[in-house]
Design a protein around this ligand. Sequence first.
Ligand code: PLP
Length: 406
Amino acid sequence: MTPAERRDSRDSADPLAPHRARFVGSESPLVYLDGNSLGRPLRVTAQRLHAFVEGPWGERLIRGWDDAWMDLPLHVGDRIAAACLGAAPGQTTVGDSTTVLLYKALRATVGMRPDRTEIVAYADDFPTDRYVAASVADECGLALRWLEADPTGGVTPEQVAAVTSERTAVVLLSHVGYRSAWLADMAAITRVAHGAGALALWDLSHSVGSVPLALDACEVDLAVGCTYKYLNGGPGSPAFVYAATRHHEHLVQPITGWMGHADPFTMGPDWRPDPGIRRMISGTPPIVGMLAMQDMLDLLDDVGMAAVRAKSVALTEHAIEVADEVLAPLGVEVASPRDPERRGGHVTLQHPAMREVVAALWQRDVLPDYRDPGGLRLGLSPLSTSFAEVSRGLETARDLLADLTA
Ligand SMILES: *Cc1c(COP(=O)(O)O)cnc(C)c1O
């Protein structure tokens, strides 16, 4: 077989290939390479949404809260924990956006280290993480210590150790870097934080549903993550927060609403937090937003994260191989780690003309993402992306780049 034939045979050899047909739009020639910004919907989700309007909402009405909705954030949290996080039940809940939950989680961690004066965060992390770190530092009178690291290779335990000290309250870090997909060593970095007496707060937005996690085994303190990326929850679906049981008693978050109260319906004079993870909830949870992700969790339960990760690695290896063959001759560089053990589920390809290339790709129904500087980002959602789709997208990029630079 030629290299091209070998590549073309990959979908027929892929045991997960049949799952792609479960996603809306999979029959169209559109090439979707942005599943890490917004996952495709599952076909069964249309039925779930319709049935919800007719039944639990339309028929049960206010009784729905007693039937299921009061506990739904905890129930779905436990499902995410079991399917993806490597976390025992009772430590995860769903609600708010990632940004808001990150704020609540960061304030809670800082509150657990009242004698400490610094927050450690990564200088090139996703904007929300940097902005929230800055505002919490400001609000709580703490200093920010920025971690500097190579944007492709990402943050190492040694770099974290170099800026972490007896002054550090918390180390905040993405598990998978949003630009290059570097994959941090969660166990080692959490150990470094703990060695200094600090807490570790992880942002799992680009790993949940793509890279298997072991939050309990790594002794992570708190974590947050997004559900509209690899969990296919739909635009703006609510995020989740994990807090290890050992911290619940001391976990005080800043938005003390009635729904995190130990007994919401006493409507008493003072806020008394629920003893468990429910204390991270503030107001009425977004029930409608929790529907679609349950279909993806069903599918992840069936397939298992080990198989999902194997496909994810195969897809990113494939993308790098095709890029090396068809795009490298035009000056395109792979700006993601080449070692799959150090890489999450996306691949970034760099060239000064990429902004124009990505705009032209969108015109042709090839949808990757663009991130400065000059980065074409391929988000390869393992269950909804085919190998042929990746090849087709990159070959189209080659044609456009060749025209642009001719
Ligand atoms: C996608 C993403 C978010 C999203 O935050 P929202 O509040 O949902 O907009 C946050 N952090 C990281 C690292 C992300 O990748």
